[in-house]
Design a protein around this ligand. Structure first.
Ligand SMILES: *Cc1c(COP(=O)(O)O)cnc(C)c1O
Length: 356
């Protein structure tokens, strides 16, 4: 009976999210700050009138308008929305899926690219980054030539490595690609640079954003921008009403106050710079540059599994990347939290690394 399920699916393990309980949560790149009380009250008033009995606007027109403005989508470029950017990745993959076709991304990278390629029975090709986690442009160009990928995903900044790839190298990749190149800007609020303004320069360039990392992870809302001719096709694959009425109304409202999120992002960027310096002061840690709201570190001595477990015992949940192996051996990923949370992390880490 189990053969009913495709072998590739049976071989997967489900996307695992640990229950944080009461722990300090520095594992999932969430914004740790809440909205101001005044805004929450206005939002609650608005929610009273949400027509829960009606289907939402299938094309989320008002929200789309707001997002175009807040995310600086250039005039003349189309937009579609997804239930998180994960859904947009899935929509793109379903639209191009054919046996033997390839989705490509640098590795280590965001795990959903490979997962979704598997879901839609496409081939996935991961191209190793250089050891400093920069793009290996030669390897990418050779892989593009060989595999002719239908879709390439470049996370900018990259997850889990936190660095920005070289802009000129990305442009080379876009020019060399026979298929579509998606710049995944999930961490845009912390990167202060973007390919959004370059949409239209290349026929095969798409830019993806999400509100998850900026402080609205609970809403599940992502945006894909690019040429109409591609997005009109993707829109046929999108399920009707994929953006529910609570998300539409909430996001339309809170994004009128985008300055609140920018202020929070600024605090997170400052905390990141401070944490980078503090972490670099530990002899036992190699700290990689970050343009995101998280930091990748590698243990020079000792054991990442043990440090991860000790932090957990101390009530701090981070992401252990050691089980991923390869270039991520002995690596841990730490989301930037509130100043208090970051301080608590450093205190615990200090005890653990000195004891180890
Ligand atoms: C977190 C993340 C996403 C997922 O965003 P959602 O909108 O929450 O689905 C996409 N891409 C990268 C690189 C991410 O790290």
């Amino acid at each position: 009976m189990s053969e009913l399920i495709r072998a590739e699916i049976r071989a997967l393990s489900a996307y695992h999210v640990p229950d944080p309980g009461e722990m300090i949560k520095l594992d999932a790149m969430e914004n740790p700050f809440h909205l101001p009380d005044g805004l929450i009250r206005q939002w609650q008033d608005l929610m009273r009138d949400v027509p829960l009995n009606r289907y939402p606007d299938p094309s989320a027109r008002e929200l789309t308008r707001r997002l175009r403005e807040v995310m600086d989508v250039p005039e003349g470029q189309a937009v579609i929305l997804g239930n998180g950017s994960d859904e947009l990745i899935q929509i793109m993959a379903m639209s191009v899926a054919e046996k033997g076709r390839v989705i490509m991304a640098p590795e280590p990278g965001f795990v959903m690219y490979k997962m979704i390629a598997t879901f839609v029975a496409m081939d996935y090709v991961g191209v190793p980054l250089n050891t400093d986690f920069s793009l290996d442009l030669e390897a990418m160009l050779a892989a593009i030539k060989r595999h002719q990928p239908a879709l390439i995903f470049l996370a900018y900044p990259n997850n889990p490595t936190a660095n920005l790839f070289d802009e000129a190298a990305i442009v080379e990749i876009i020019k060399a690609s026979p298929g579509l190149v998606v710049i995944d800007e999930a961490y845009h609020p912390f990167a202060c640079t973007s390919f959004m303004g370059r949409l239209g320069e290349f026929d095969n360039l798409l830019v993806m954003r999400t509100v998850s990392k900026m402080g609205l992870a609970g809403l599940r809302l992502g945006l894909l921008a690019g040429p109409e001719k591609w997005l009109a096709e993707f829109d046929k694959v999108r399920l009707p009403y994929n953006i529910n009425v609570l998300t539409q109304m909430t996001a339309s409202f809170v994004l009128q106050h985008a300055d609140v999120f920018e202020q929070q992002a600024k605090t997170i960027r400052q905390q990141r710079e401070w944490l980078l310096t503090e972490l670099a002061a530990f002899d036992g840690l190699e700290v990689f540059p970050s343009r995101a709201n998280f930091i990748l570190v590698r243990l020079k001595v000792g054991d990442a599994n043990a440090v991860f477990a000790a932090l957990k015992d101390a009530g701090i949940l981070i992401k252990n990347l050691h089980p991923s192996g390869g270039m991520l051996e002995q690596c841990l990923r730490i989301t930037v939290g509130t100043p208090e949370e970051n301080q608590a992390l450093l205190v615990s880490l200090n005890k653990i690394l000195l004891a180890g």
